[in-house]
Design a protein around this ligand. Structure first.
Ligand SMILES: Cc1cc2nc3c(=O)[nH]c(=O)nc-3n(C[C@H](O)[C@H](O)[C@H](O)COP(=O)(O)OP(=O)(O)OC[C@H]3O[C@@H](n4cnc5c(N)ncnc54)[C@H](O)[C@@H]3O)c2cc1C
Ligand SMILES: NC(=O)c1ccc[n+]([C@@H]2O[C@H](COP(=O)([O-])OP(=O)(O)OC[C@H]3O[C@@H](n4cnc5c(N)ncnc54)[C@H](O)[C@@H]3O)[C@@H](O)[C@H]2O)c1
Length: 442
């Protein structure tokens, strides 16, 4: 039986970064990835980067066919680069195989050539997440129902697209397909899009997406999916009414669950939570001392930058001062890449009220920022929740052009307790969307 110092299961953001780090410290590391089309993980191959590439090209007016080709070129280049970043290190090995646990110390790997048993001093699980497919009549049998990964593989533009779910995946695909000129209908069982964002921003984004041609059916429950000659017939309930729509395809975007299905954790002492997530302590160690879980699989927030921050915790544990934990993880933003983008960090007004905080609200329209006029898209708003006494920032929502950049500055200010008054008095380059802060905090 071959023994390694370190085995990493899954070539995700945390896993690949950890593999390169271990190898740079001359540690022996084997990284096992089951899918050769996934070197580099979900984000670069089938999630963040291909979707944003398609979204930007759609916004620029590039045709679907050209954008699809550009997306494939980009992912293939990144996949190759990511593979070599690990594989070319002297003490690192990449193995293309399925990994599963035989016991706490032993992993069985299976590929076309057969099976092999491996052991390691330390094992790191970084197997990501998989889409949740709701149990709805006809949904699993349909040939026209896709999750995001299969949707990204559709080389022919879907002209009439229905989407189930109004979270970030549903909305980013809705916005992208509408910009490409498709008809899009979003069925959502929530009352607003992105259920945790400031309602004003959600309302504005809904209006703008509707102006882009997207139809929303909020408070609706999809009850059946039926394949027709060229697509699907969808029956849903909205209040007391039963409604039917036809579409060429249905994208299911109803959340993702930790990917543990093939790991056979029942053969180990690794504890799992209610959603199947691998339970970890504040330093990402599982209930087995020599096994850690990083990224989506440990049930934390499902973002690439959170997976990277999981790596930071281990890097600090192995090579740093061992102070970095989940308990002192800094505040981080989220952005949904619509047109304009909707970004937020920290508390909403409702959350600040619920916590009984003493706060003030600052808000302004994006149209007041000169750069928004330069860009030609003055839609949107800024809303900040400030501590009433010292004006430190408790939360912020930006629905405006370049929101994804401005929110990073706000996040840094929050992490370092820089007050809104200090941001108000900074000199920003001109014209930029950051200048909004001069006026918002005045
Ligand atoms: C459509 C979409 C858009 C997104 N957009 C964004 C975004 O804009 N920004 C953002 O921050 N996040 C975004 N996310 C979320 C982000 O992609 C994930 O949070 C992130 O990729 C999770 O990374 P990870 O490190 O947990 O593992 P992953 O990158 O998911 O890697 C897990 C790897 O493990 C492999 N694997 C699984 N099981 C086994 C096994 N048994 N044996 C061997 N290998 C195995 C898989 O093939 C996979 O390559 C998006 C997600 C989706 C689906
Ligand atoms: N830009 C980004 O950062 C980005 C983009 C895409 C995805 N992501 C990550 O991926 C995760 C998964 O995204 P997602 O949009 O699939 O999940 P989500 O959990 O964020 O949203 C899913 C939505 O579907 C709704 N829903 C659930 N079951 C339903 C049903 N049967 N019928 C109708 N609606 C239903 C939920 O109420 C929710 O609003 C996100 O939470 C996020 O962490 C991030």
């Amino acid at each position: 039986m071959k023994h390694y110092d370190n085995i990493i299961i899954g070539f995700g953001k945390a896993g690949k970064t950890l593999a390169a780090t271990l190898a740079s410290h001359h540690e022996e590391v084997l990284i096992i990835e089951k899918d050769a089309m996934m070197y580099g993980g979900t984000c670069i191959n089938v999630a963040c980067l291909p979707t944003k590439n398609l979204i930007l090209n759609a916004q620029k007016g590039v045709s679907f066919d050209q954008a699809f080709e550009a997306k494939n070129k980009m992912t293939s280049k990144l996949r190759n680069k990511n593979y070599h970043k690990v594989a070319d290190q002297e003490t690192a090995t990449v193995l293309n195989a399925d990994a599963e646990f035989v016991d706490d110390k032993t992993i069985k790997v299976t590929d076309d050539s057969g099976e092999e048993m491996l052991t390691a001093d330390r094992i790191f699980i970084n197997t990501g997440s998989t889409p949740i497919m709701p149990s709805i009549e006809g949904l699993s049998e349909s040939k026209h129902v896709f999750a995001s990964r299969e949707m990204l593989d559709q080389s022919k533009q879907t002209q009439n697209l229905a989407i189930l779910g109004s979270g970030p995946i549903g909305l980013e695909f809705a916005s992208m397909y509408a910009q490409f000129g498709s008809n899009v209908t979003v069925l959502a069982h929530d009352a607003q899009l992105l259920r945790r964002v400031e309602p004003e921003a959600a309302e504005m984004a809904t209006t703008d997406l509707e102006e882009d041609g997207i139809k929303f059916a909020f408070n609706s429950v999809l009850s059946s999916v039926e394949d027709t000659d060229d697509g699907v017939k969808l029956t849903y309930q909205q209040g007391d009414e039963t409604k039917v729509i036809a579409a060429d395809a249905l994208l299911v975007a109803t959340g993702r669950q930790p990917n543990v299905a093939d790991l056979h954790l029942e053969n180990t002492h690794i504890k799992q939570g209610k959603r199947g997530e691998i339970v970890v302590d504040n330093k990402l160690q599982t209930s087995v001392e020599t096994i850690w879980a990083l990224g989506d699989v440990n049930g934390g927030p499902q973002f690439t930058y959170v997976s990277l921050d999981d790596w930071r915790i281990l890097n600090n544990q192995f090579y740093g001062d061992q102070t970095r934990t989940l308990d002192n993880r800094p505040v981080y933003p989220t952005t949904t890449f619509l047109k304009p983008a909707l970004a937020s960090v920290g508390l909403t007004e409702a959350q600040a009220t619920e916590k009984g905080l003493n706060f003030i609200v600052k808000s302004m329209a994006a149209a007041g920022v000169p750069k928004a006029q330069v860009i030609g898209d003055p839609r949107g708003m800024y809303k900040a929740i400030l501590d009433a006494k010292d004006h430190t920032i408790l939360g912020m929502t930006i629905y405006a052009e370049e929101a994804y950049e401005t929110i990073n500055l706000i996040t840094t200010a929050m992490s370092h307790h820089i007050s809104a008054d200090e941001l108000r008095d900074q000199i920003y380059s001109h014209p930029t969307m950051t200048e909004a802060l001069n006026d918002l905090f005045a």
